[in-house]
Structures are given as C-alpha cells and as structure tokens.
Design a protein. Structure first.
Length: 375
C-alpha cells in the first residue's frame, strides 16, 4: 500500500472490523459483560460477533524513534465471521441484553427466546398470542415486559404473566424499564404511560404527545424520561414533579434519544448537528434553554447517537454515512468515517473501547479505539 493511499484512509478503515449482512441493520446490542455484540437486521435475522479483537489497534501502532510520529498499519487478516441466526420474524426483531453474556429476542411467533453468544437459541417460558413488537428487561428485578402492539404483558422471575389493563384504544410499540426496574414506561399511541411494577401493577401517570412515541429512554438515575416522536420532535418528562413538555423544530424525525451519564445530559437525533441539552436548565419553556453546542453543523441530519459510557464524548452517525466523535459542549470533533451508507445504529461497549455500528446497506462493524486516542 503506497503512502498516498495510507493518507486517504479514515479511522474507520484502520480501526473497524466490518461484515456485510444481506439486509439493513436495524439495531445493535452489546452483552452486559461486553464480550459479544448482536446486530439485528430488517429481514428478522440476528448476527453475533465476539468483541475481542485478534488484531487490536495497540498491536498495529508504531512510534518512530527519530520523529516520535505515531502511525497505525491496516489489518492484515479478515475478521472472524459473524454467527448468524435464521429469521426470527418478518421484520427486525426486538433484542435486549440478558444476564451476563446473552440476549433475549422477541419473535413473530410470540416467543421470547434466549440467544447465546455462540448463536445457540433456547426457548424461555415467556410466550404470548401474537408477534412480539416490543421487549424490555429489568435486570435488577428479573422482570421482562413484551407487547404485541396493543397489550403489554409483564413476566416475573416466578414465570407468572400479568397483563397491564390499558384503555381499549391504546396501542404500544415501545416500552422501557426504569434503571431500578420499579417502573415501566410505554407508548400508549397518543403519549406516554408510566406504571409501577414493583409489588403492585398500576398506572402512575400519563403524558400526552402530539404524535406516537417511537423510542423511550430513561436517564441513568431514573429522574428523567425522554421519547423521540414519529413527528414533532421529542417529549421530555421530569419525574420528581411530573412536569412535561415537547421540543420541536427538527427537520427530520427524532428516531433516537439518549442520555449521557454526565449531569443528566440529553441528546436527540434529527437535527443538522448533534443536538443536546443539560437538564440543569431543561427546555420546557424554550428549546434553547440548556442547549449544548456540540460538534459542528452538517449537510445532512444526524440519524443516531450514542454517548460514551465513561467520558464526556458522544458518537453521531449521519444519513450520508459520516460518523463523528465529539466532546460534549464543545465544537471539537473527530471524524471516524467520512461518507458511505447511512448509519442506522450505534452502541458503545460498557468499557467505552468499542463502538458497534449498523448501516442501511447491511454493513455491521465494530470500531475498536486505542486508549491513546482519548488522551
């Protein structure tokens, strides 16, 4: 490889292991122990990779003795192939991390299956009549919630199955447990509904939104709740006093909302830059309140984001395939990938060393960052 070609390589080309799946990647999910990552596709299949890198960046870094210049050579060997499942549904299937090193997957047949890191699939006692369209697991209480698009069922460790008594007109396609697993948030078609699930099973409160919530995310301490809306921006709820609001004005749908571990900082996709807010001054009255200038404006909208689990950084993926890593509250950013297929999913491993990436063209990738890159 000549010097000019080397200079044209992006960080993605040097740091990523990538594979091509037969259909677009819908979601990515690391195991709790960080040993494996699963990629779900819109054809209903799931593919798994081990996270351990056979050619880690540190083994390919060279520092010249005379000038002290740091270079990294490309990978010499192709990555180990993904372990792929058969199709589990007609479209992308919901998936969550389960226990230390496995996953739970919801199928079109109404079954929750246990998926091991080696691709082995085993049934669980959880089964409903109808396809599973949404799935959540509260690890601290050993509870699993599923929805068939209307009814929501809660399964506890003793395998009892409880149905949430919702209004007949309700429809549910997104559910999420609070971090302590004492509460369950779900979309009820026209807003958010929050239920107490520890001990009894009862609704606590509801919040209306201008359109259906498409994604639901709790803050890491459980004091805030955000939901991306199919149209009209995102909704925000403060649990302490029940105050809620909607932040609009996005040029594209807010498909992804996410929280940084740093001071309850919220980010939302759908803007032409990384849009973030500090909850020290939440945007209830004005969208500019608490806004954090992060990264630089782009020509296309942000499709998805993932805050770094231990640093004040956030990864952003764009509709033109661009991937950047920005410091929260700063214009500084590192371009990981310049262009290509649109980014559909991003997720960090728990230690913040690996970034899993999914793309529209079926590319699944793991970008492994050397520790020296963050210094």
């Amino acid at each position: 490889m000549n010097q000019q070609t080397m200079q044209n390589l992006a960080l993605f080309d040097l740091l990523a292991r990538s594979w091509r799946r037969p259909a677009a990647i819908a979601d990515v999910c690391f195991t709790i122990d960080g040993s494996a990552v699963a990629f779900t596709s819109v054809d209903g299949s799931v593919a798994i990779s081990q996270v351990a890198d056979q050619e880690p960046p540190e083994s390919r870094i060279r520092v010249s003795g005379d000038l002290g210049q740091t270079t990294i050579r490309p990978r010499e060997k192709p990555p180990a192939p993904l372990v792929a499942s058969t199709s589990l549904g007609d479209g992308d299937v919901p998936i969550v991390a389960y226990r230390g090193s496995g996953f739970l997957v919801g199928t079109n047949a109404g079954e929750v299956m246990h998926l091991a890191p080696d691709g082995a699939i085993a049934p669980t006692p959880i089964k409903i009549d109808g396809p599973i369209l949404a799935l959540a697991h509260g690890a601290l209480k050993g509870m699993t919630a599923v929805s068939d698009g209307h009814d929501v069922f809660l399964s506890r460790t003793n395998n009892e199955r409880l149905r949430l008594e919702q209004a007949a007109s309700s429809s549910t396609h997104a559910i999420a447990f609070s971090p302590d697993a004492n509460r369950l948030a779900l979309d009820c078609g026209s807003g958010l509904s929050i239920w107490a699930v520890d001990g009894g099973l009862e609704p606590i409160c509801e919040f209306s939104t201008p359109s259906r919530p498409a994604s639901i995310r709790w803050s890491y301490d459980g004091s805030w709740l955000a939901c991306g809306l199919e149209t009209g921006g995102f909704g925000l709820v403060r649990l302490a006093d029940g105050r809620s609001g909607v932040v609009g004005g996005f040029p594209s749908p807010v498909r992804n909302v996410c929280w940084s571990t740093l001071d309850n900082t919220l980010f939302a996709s759908g803007a032409f830059r990384i849009a973030g807010w500090s909850m020290t001054a939440p945007p209830f009255d004005h969208a500019a309140a608490g806004a954090l200038e992060t990264g630089r404006p782009a020509a296309v909208p942000v499709e998805t984001m993932a805050p770094h689990p231990v640093r004040d950084l956030i990864a952003a993926g764009y509709a033109n395939g661009r991937i950047t890593l920005a410091r929260i509250g700063s214009r500084d950013e590192l371009v990981v990938r310049f262009s290509g297929s649109a980014i559909t999913a991003l997720a960090w491993s728990g230690d913040g060393q690996h970034l899993a990436v999914g793309m529209v063209d079926g590319t699944a990738a793991i970008v492994t960052f050397p520790a020296m890159l963050f210094k």
